[in-house]
Design a protein around this ligand. Structure first.
Ligand code: C5P
Length: 194
C-alpha cells in the first residue's frame, strides 16, 4: 500500500530532513514538503533511486518491489486464444543490494516481510544485501505487514543486534527507525559497502 514508506517520509520531514520519496503507484497523497518522484516500474525505481544516491545520506527501502517483470512488454492488448497463456518473466534488479554496494558512509535500511523462519530469512537478507539494519515483519502476526496501519517489527542490525518492538502505528515505527538511524550516525558504527 505504501503506508510504511509514506509514514517514513512524513516522519523524516517533520524532523527537518530534506526528503525525497520515490514511490510506485499508491492511493496515498504525497506528504507535504517532500520531493515526490513517482515511478511505475521497478526499473524506473532503480534509476530514480540511483540518480539521487549521490546526494543522499540515508536511504530507506520500504517499497515492496516486484521480483519479476514480463520479459516482453506488449504494446497492444494480448488477444485470448483457446489454450493457456504462458508469460515469460525475468528478474528485476535488487535495488537495495545495488544501493548498499555503493553506500560509502551512507546508512542504508531495508525491510523484510516474512511468512516463515522470520529471523533466519531476515538475517540472511540483512547480510546478503548489505544494509545497516533490516526492519523485519512477521506476516503471520495480526496487525503486521501489508494493508494495515500498524506493524509488529523486529530490528536486526549488521552487528548482530536484535530488537523486538510491540504493536505500533506505522508512524511510530517510522520514529523508531529514524531514532536508530540517528543513533548509528552518533556512534559512527556504519557498515562498509561491499
Ligand atoms: O528480497 P526481499 O524482496 O524480501 O527484500 C526486501 C527488501 O529489499 C526491501 O527493503 C525492498 O525494498 C528491497 N528490494 C529492492 N529491490 C527488489 C526487491 C526488494 O530494493 N527488486
Amino acid at each position: 500500500s505504501g503506508t510504511m514508506g509514506y509514514a517514513l517520509a512524513l516522519a523524516a520531514r517533520r524532523r527537518g530532513a530534506a526528503v525525497t520519496l520515490v514511490s510506485g503507484p499508491t492511493a496515498l497523497p504525497a506528504p507535504p514538503g517532500v520531493q515526490f518522484v513517482p515511478v511505475v516500474t521497478a526499473l524506473e525505481m532503480r534509476d530514480a533511486v540511483l540518480a539521487r544516491l549521490e546526494k543522499a545520506t540515508v536511504v530507506i527501502k520500504a517499497a515492496a518491489v516486484a521480483d519479476y517483470r514480463p520479459a516482453v512488454r506488449q504494446a497492444a492488448k494480448i488477444k485470448k486464444s483457446a489454450g493457456p497463456l504462458n508469460l515469460a518473466l525475468e528478474r528485476n534488479p535488487d535495488i537495495l543490494a545495488e544501493i548498499a554496494r555503493r553506500k560509502g558512509s551512507r546508512i542504508v535500511v531495508g525491510f523484510a516481510m516474512e511468512s516463515e523462519d522470520l529471523l533466519e530469512n531476515a538475517r540472511a537478507k540483512l547480510m546478503g544485501k548489505g544494509a545497516d539494519f533490516i526492519v523485519a515483519n512477521d506476516l503471520t502476526q495480526t496487525g503486521a505487514g501489508f494493508g494495515t496501519d500498524t506493524n509488529i517489527v523486529r530490528i536486526l542490525d549488521w552487528e548482530g543486534g536484535d530488537e523486538r518492538l510491540p504493536l505500533l502505528g506505522k508512524l511510530e515505527v517510522a520514529g523508531v527507525i529514524l531514532d536508530r538511524v540517528k543513533q548509528i550516525r552518533g556512534t559512527g558504527r556504519i557498515r562498509d559497502g561491499r
